[in-house]
Design a binder for this molecule. Structure first.
Ligand SMILES: [Zn+2]
Length: 242
């Protein structure tokens, strides 16, 4: 597997999101720009992240944790001991439902998104409209409820729906093709509705980021209009074996 991928933005700061595959289907993300300061999201493992930081000569300043599952935090200790001045940002930094955060001359909104796990938060960078949504939303799917309620999951997904449609969504897992297989098994998505460009992205690794407007069009877990509808879909998805 390739060591990492880079999504470049055309803003004056040369913003980049570095996508590092770890384990079977996790991604660690690093947000950086021409300053080389780096913000690491969900480091489930340390070695590959440190490798990329060293290779690209980045200066890591912050760790963002969307939630405390081991595959999102497993690398924190090692990374912190390697770069002791790094700060950690997680649920404990979120006093309100919605919180604001400044980093490296840019603004972020951080909002609580329980449903998959109680301490889950999402991180939205406003200038380039970049969303790090952890395990609450996936392409053609959403997070499984481990410790939470359908009500929480539903309201968390509603919060994401309110973001600008041209937001770039970065989920922590590559579940696109399994989720699409489920959607097609239930006739929830028709492959003929995809543009050529969408088809190529779906077949790619990573299949991310995806525009929120694409998910609003195709993702049944975002399209569903009621809590009952979401409940039914989530139960069907739990039972689905690809
Ligand atoms: Zn999780």
């Amino acid at each position: 597997m390739k060591q990492y991928y880079i999504k470049e933005y055309s803003d004056s700061h040369h913003t980049k999101v570095i996508i590092i595959p770890i384990f079977d289907d996790n991604y660690v993300y690093i947000l950086t720009d021409e300053t080389r300061k780096a913000f690491i999201v969900d480091p489930g493992q340390a070695e590959s992240v440190i490798g990329v930081i060293e290779e690209l000569k980045l200066q890591p300043t912050h760790l963002l944790i969307t939630h405390s599952h081991q595959d999102h935090v497993g690398g924190v200790k090692k990374i912190k001991s390697r770069y002791p001045s790094m700060a950690l940002f997680d649920y404990r930094n979120c006093i309100n439902e919605t919180n604001f955060f400044q980093w490296n001359d840019r603004s972020f909104t951080v909002f609580k998104t329980p449903g998959h796990w109680p301490d889950h938060i999402c991180f939205f960078e406003e200038r380039n409209k970049i969303l790090f949504c952890g395990d609450i939303l996936f392409r053609f799917g959403c997070g499984r409820i481990f410790d939470g309620t359908f009500e929480e999951l539903y309201s968390s997904l509603q919060k994401i729906k309110m973001l600008p449609p041209d937001t770039d969504v970065f989920c922590t897992h590559e579940y696109t093709r399994q989720n699409l297989a489920f959607c097609m098994s239930q006739q929830l998505v028709n492959r003929d509705d995809f543009s050529e460009q969408e088809r190529i992205l779906i077949e790619s690794t990573p299949s991310l980021p995806v525009k929120l407007e694409t998910e609003l069009r195709f993702n049944p877990f975002l399209k569903v209009a009621t809590l009952e509808g979401l409940k039914k879909l989530r139960i069907l998805r739990n039972e689905f074996k690809s």
